[in-house]
Design a protein around this ligand. Sequence first.
Ligand SMILES: NC(=O)c1ccc[n+]([C@@H]2O[C@H](COP(=O)([O-])OP(=O)(O)OC[C@H]3O[C@@H](n4cnc5c(N)ncnc54)[C@H](O)[C@@H]3O)[C@@H](O)[C@H]2O)c1
Length: 418
Amino acid sequence: MICDVKDMTLAAKGRLRMEWAERSMPVLRMIKRDFGKTKPLKGIRISACLHVTSETANLMEALKLGGADVRLCASNPLSTQDDIPAALVKYHRIPVFARKGEDHKTYYRHILQALDHGPHITMDDGADLVSTTHDKRKDLLPGIIGGTEETTTGVIRLKSMARAKVLRYPIIAVNDAQTKHLFDNRYGTGQSTLDGILRATNVLLAGLNFVVAGYGMCGKGVAMRARGAGSRVIVTEVNPIRAIEAVMDGFEVLPMAEAAKSGDIFLTVTGNKSVIRREHFRHMKDGAIVANSGHFNVEIDIPALEALAKSKRRIRDFVDEFKLRDGRRIHLLGEGRLINLAAAEGHPAMVMDMSFANQAMSAVYIARRGRELENRVYPVPTEIDQRIAALKLKSMGSAIDKLTPAQKRYLSEWKEGT
Ligand SMILES: NC(=O)c1ccc[n+]([C@@H]2O[C@H](COP(=O)([O-])OP(=O)(O)OC[C@H]3O[C@@H](n4cnc5c(N)ncnc54)[C@H](O)[C@@H]3O)[C@@H](O)[C@H]2O)c1
């Protein structure tokens, strides 16, 4: 079988980690059982470009159980957990093209290899798979029914393609499902980002000034968890509404030029570029730690840091120390790539359960209804979002009330007032 993985001897370890993740993925387990019986993806070829983690492996297994012919590559050069590709190839016969630390050329070669079987559906995280298909494999476009997109940055890129009228097939924005971004982006990124920073540095967060750039769904989660660990949290924003929200949530809000002077740890999670740049590095304290959890490694202007530095050395795994000409040291984590996946294991399975339930159900929706859709970005159908929330709640042992007939009537009428 064609594949490109780092080390097949890791397969048994990968299988155990898949099993461990599956225990915290009750909704995906239900989907697996259902897919195994009903085969809703029979005859469908799927090319997936996702972070190659133990949770993703469970999604791949679900799609295959549903009858799909699946290929997988990485959506980031540094996020692959090398035991997982080995397990997927050995025990599930799923072709995977991913090696942790792959260079830029290999990253794109792997995307092309994942596309080589001619997909009906693309499953993307960041839109590199979709943009590569549109640039380099236009011949495949007529055969593609639709695609799904996992993250905020990918949805932004795809909406821009749709606006420019270059998007050639419909996309379901999985990120925008409430059962995705309210939980994965907030609680997943919040916890796993701190996990990545801690595994890379082992610093004590209590008492440090922790600067969070961006108070979106991810930034809220990081700020909340950093405060919980005892840090003094400073938020930077460009959107006044998000900034007021941060103020009312009890955080100090400053422009980055000010925050740069007092921060001990800086974390960007904006989806934007050059959020921390030359003029900010100039003001940072000796020993400052700079990391990113946004999708691409452009949020920190690394070339500017390199230009300011007189030397650079890797002082620990995932920690590069840049020594500036005046003797100050700035530490960049995980080469500026999403630190929760570079230095830790990404989001816990408990939260990926809902994100990947959305992926699996959206794939079925595309297989059934994709030909009726236009070439634009669609939300996940509300019925899918609601069903996933209900299943997750049930799996967590929680129950909710039902509207009474009188309440339903009251909420649909306008006549009853004071
Ligand atoms: N690390 C992960 O596992 C993970 C998980 C989910 C999403 N993401 C990525 O994280 C990024 C943020 O996602 P989100 O869902 O929070 O997006 P979001 O759109 O909800 O929030 C981004 C926030 O950043 C702010 N912002 C933009 N430019 C800024 C600047 N120069 N300075 C300060 N703030 C700025 C925006 O105003 C916005 O409030 C995206 O790239 C997304 O793809 C990463």
